[in-house]
Design a protein around this ligand. Structure first.
Ligand code: DGY
Length: 322
């Protein structure tokens, strides 16, 4: 029996990759950098399935270039803004993602960015290495407090909830903005304006959609407290980066910790890189060994289910089964 043909856009952990090799004829893009759009268009024609990363634009051109055999797109990420879901759904192509397994790793990282930016950990470390540590000083590198402070969480899905659990342990008051979420014990559901006005820390955990693109803009920064620390581990495009630069540069806000940017990677001439009150990381919030292995298992499971014509264990367009 002929095996289904799949294109995998990058080497994922063996835990998942070996399952796919056992069942499929595999074309693996085994390079450090992602395939360009042109290369994607070149590699997908005739495949039954695609396993993609969040850095691969699986848009209508790529889906159409794959052709009629394409049955499943399995994204190695919980976010799927890189995929044209409408085009896939119209063509009854199943799209899968990897929710759940990266919740704790991502919340851990968001929390560490929040603490590091609030207590100026990276700046302090650079201060020592630059030979600026001359003595103990009463006002050297002062930061902000966490106990009793208010954390505003934008997007109260799995990761937002995990962030709230961590913050509760630090004695923080928690506000949430999420039109679809229910208030819970000690978690106060508010409108966006209240969240901006009352939060000492704001952490973004909402997906990127046309509605959330640039939701954190100059008008939003103008409504925030001047001591606020902004954390973004979701998607870079949710924050208007020019407005972020202005807010940090002019000390309109205290600091920011971002794991995502627009674009990614952030160009080395970005003015953001000149700022001491910004911590930027290269989209690594889910980067723990076991999390990435579990993501690989789920992505492989979605891919193989789709190839067999079965319902994906983690489907983002279940309407195709109606
Ligand atoms: C995701 O899964 O969407 C994260 O951004 C990377 O793990």
């Amino acid at each position: 029996m002929t095996k289904p043909k799949v294109f995998i856009t990058r080497r994922i952990p063996d835990a998942g990759l070996s399952l796919i090799y056992d069942a499929c004829e595999v074309d693996l893009w085994d390079k450090d950098l992602p395939p360009s759009k042109e290369e994607l268009l070149q590699y997908v024609p005739g495949v039954d399935g695609i396993l993609s990363l969040l850095s691969d634009p699986i848009d209508s051109d790529v889906i159409q270039a794959a052709g009629d055999k394409l049955r499943v797109i399995s994204n190695y990420a919980v976010g799927y803004n890189n995929i044209d879901i409408r085009e896939a759904t119209q063509r009854k192509i199943a799209v899968g993602n990897t929710p759940g397994v990266l919740t704790d790793a991502t919340a851990d990282f968001a929390f560490s960015l929040m603490m590091s930016a609030g207590r100026r950990v990276v700046e302090a470390e650079k201060h020592v290495r630059a030979g600026k540590w001359k003595t103990w000083g009463p006002s050297t590198l002062l930061g902000v407090d966490f106990a009793g402070a208010t954390l505003g969480i934008i997007g109260f899905g799995r990761i937002g909830k995990a962030m709230a659990r961590r913050a509760t342990g630090f004695g923080m008051r928690i506000l949430i903005y999420d039109p679809t979420a229910q208030a819970m014990a000690e978690i106060i559901k508010v409108d966006l304006d209240t969240l901006y006005r009352e939060s000492d820390f704001i952490s973004i955990h909402t997906p990127l959609t046309p509605e959330t693109k640039h939701m954190i803009n100059a008008a939003a920064f103008a409504r925030m407290k001047s001591n606020v620390v902004l954390v973004n581990t979701a998607r870079g495009e949710i924050v208007d980066q020019e407005a972020l630069y202005d807010a940090l540069k002019n000390h309109r806000i205290f600091a920011a910790g971002i794991d995502v940017s627009d674009p990614e990677p952030l160009p080395m001439d970005s003015p953001l890189l000149e700022l001491d009150n910004l911590i930027i990381c290269p989209h690594i919030a889910s980067a723990s060994t076991s999390t990435r292995e579990n993501m690989a298992l789920i992505a492989a499971g979605n891919l193989l289910a789709g190839l067999k014509g079965e319902r994906l264990p983690f489907s983002v367009n279940p309407e195709i089964y109606n």
